[in-house]
Design a protein around this ligand. Structure first.
Ligand SMILES: Cc1cc2nc3c(=O)[nH]c(=O)nc-3n(C[C@H](O)[C@H](O)[C@H](O)COP(=O)(O)O)c2cc1C
Length: 192
């Protein structure tokens, strides 16, 4: 039996809120969860691999073609008990809603077992968040069972107050562990 409570796939896209997401990662690791991270190319403009690898003790995944003998997007989807996209950019949310699979994160999304929890935690400027395409995409993916942790009103990286600020790390942490405790996944029962 694994020494970990559950396997969490933590995926990050290109937003300043990557720094806040690190607090969630750190807390999950400290509380006994196994974490693997996937970063979009643009996420790596905001966060360094050294930080994520130091926190998770696992290599940051960026290249789904790196697996020599197996399709990595399937392998990692099977490994995870829960996936989270945090921060989730407007770009990635809109891609997911139409089934584009042209990078690691969007390909994993299609390959991910929809019985397992998949969280999307948006972070963006207010106009991007309130744009009809983003709102429609959030509604669409939510209708497929994806859990959305809505953005809040507050200070944004663009230097203004508005709706689009990513949920706070403690709320993200609670949403994740509560959805694992919900019985969606229980590693002790499955013996994984
Ligand atoms: C300084 C800076 C901050 C950004 N912050 C955000 C953000 O918080 N949310 C967002 O949706 N896009 C943000 N963007 C734009 C995205 O990084 C851009 O749309 C990118 O193509 C997203 O790629 P990805 O979804 O593959 O990571 C930001 C861009 C810059 C230059």
């Amino acid at each position: 039996m694994s020494k970990y409570k559950a396997n969490i796939l933590f995926q990050m896209t290109g937003s300043i809120a990557c720094y806040k997401a690190c607090q969630v990662i750190s807390r999950l690791v400290q509380n006994g969860y196994a974490l693997k991270t996937i970063c979009s190319k643009n996420a790596l403009n905001f966060i360094g691999k050294a930080t994520l690898e130091g926190l998770t003790k696992n290599e940051v995944l960026t290249d789904m073609f790196a697996g020599k003998f197996s399709p990595m997007h399937i392998e990692i989807s099977d490994w995870a008990d829960l996936a989270v996209l945090c921060p989730a950019t407007a770009n990635m949310i809109n891609k997911l809603s139409v089934g584009i699979a042209d990078d690691y994160i969007s390909t994993v999304f299609l390959a991910f077992d929809r019985k397992k929890p998949y969280w999307v935690v948006p972070a963006m400027n207010e106009k991007m968040y309130e744009h009809p395409t983003t709102q429609n995409s959030l509604k669409t993916i939510s209708s497929w069972g994806v859990r959305i942790l809505e953005a809040k009103e507050g200070w944004q990286a663009c230097g203004k107050k508005g709706r689009g600020r990513m949920a706070e790390p403690e709320d993200i942490y609670s949403a994740i562990i509560n959805s694992l405790a919900d019985g969606d996944v229980n590693k002790k029962e499955t013996g994984k």
